[in-house]
Design a protein around this ligand. Structure first.
Ligand code: IMP
Length: 184
């Protein structure tokens, strides 16, 4: 593991080591197992960023469950455009199901608000959100479904463990933060 890395034009420094992330993931998994025992929830990962967290989390979950992924149009660079255009691949059989949306990071919360609206239309039994990271200072409005959060971080741009900077860095094992202030 390196303390500093360069991705394209930006310098990043280590924020969370893979070991810390794994420990937190195991804790969240235990919590989910207790809360959803014998309810057979549907985990829905939000691509692309959630792919590593989703895999690591689900490997720690030992209750009966279903797994799926959705994709939403994302934004590029280090700033949210707040534009979420489409949701692809949302299952249409969520009525009366216990749905758990899995995110890599909640920044403004606009992406989730949009997804939640589409999921609620199907009248599921329950909806909860599980996000590895949360930037509380960036959140535009409170999201009451946000029940499982790994780490709260500052209003800074992060990369690695599924998160990208202009498409790069998703494959890094650890999470790094931009050395310059991304969202002043
Ligand atoms: P939101 O709609 O502003 O909450 O943004 C959510 C999405 O933006 C996440 O699923 C990420 O794909 C992306 N995102 C937000 N903050 C960061 C970051 O610091 N690094 C990389 N991607 C981010």
């Amino acid at each position: 593991m390196m303390n500093k890395i360069q991705i394209a034009d930006k310098e990043f420094e280590l924020l969370l080591e893979n070991d810390q992330i794994s420990k937190k993931t195991r804790l969240i998994a235990i919590q989910l197992e207790v809360d959803y025992e014998s309810r057979c929830p549907v985990f829905i990962g939000v691509l692309n960023g959630s792919f590593i967290f989703m895999a690591d989390l689900l490997k720690e979950i030992n209750i009966s469950c279903e797994v799926g992924f959705i994709k939403v149009s994302s934004y590029s660079g280090t700033e949210s455009s707040g534009q979420v255009k489409d949701i692809f691949g949302l299952p249409d059989n969520l009525h009366n199901r216990d749905v758990i949306l899995v995110e890599d990071i909640v920044d403004t919360g606009l992406t989730l608000t949009h997804i939640l609206k589409a999921v609620r239309k199907q009248k599921p039994a329950s909806v909860a959100i599980c996000s590895l990271l949360l930037k509380p200072a960036a959140l535009k409005a409170p999201i009451e479904e946000l029940e499982y959060v790994g780490f709260e971080i500052g209003n800074e741009f992060v990369v690695g463990y599924g998160l990208d900077y202009d498409g790069l860095g998703r494959n890094l094992k650890d999470i790094y933060r931009a050395k310059t202030v991304a969202n002043p």
